[in-house]
Design a protein around this ligand. Sequence first.
Ligand code: G3P
Length: 218
Amino acid sequence: MKFFIDTADTKEIKELAATGMLDGVTTNPSLIAKSGRKFLDVVAEICDLVEGPVSAEVTALDAETMLKEAAVLKKIAKNVAIKLPLTWDGLRACRHLSDEGVMVNVTLCFSAAQAILAAKAGAAFVSPFVGRLDDIGQDGMHLIEEICTIYRQYDNFKTEVLVASIRNPIHVTKAAKLGAHVATLPPAVLKQLAQHVLTDKGLAQFLADWQKTGDKII
Ligand code: G3P
């Protein structure tokens, strides 16, 4: 399973990239706005920090302008993945870019039917938003199960399931059990994955006992 980080905060990306466990980055217009920086500058900086795909989202609504924006974004670096919304125009632009060998992440996916279209359009990634489905009382992880099951039926579906809008470690472990290819995590959730109260308690006990020995390793 690949881990992407869902942020445009370059300080956090640098810190987490140093763990060697980061496979890519996803951004969206809201995360760019939160960074308070110019979009193209942030994406260029992120692409220098990580080798894996860095999703940068278009803001146009029609396919022609999406393709013009994509032309600007893909010039930034080889690892830019063009993020397009799951609309008919987004799918048209996706087909065009995928045919040219450009990596596309089709975002704002909320149904299995939409995910089938993303695969048909040749997307490298489809991003189903699990947290936002949970927020409206639906089952986000059920959607992941449906998409993973459907994609497995067809050898010609090469699209990777990129689980997005993750809110907690349970989303991550459930996505992993279902065989989703990628999880994009907010930095706080990535850090939370390592935490367990019994790990902290056990470590404190081991160190207290070690002190009693008066011994040293180095
Ligand atoms: O980047 C897309 C997605 O992960 C957004 O998540 O928390 O805004 O629903 P959220």
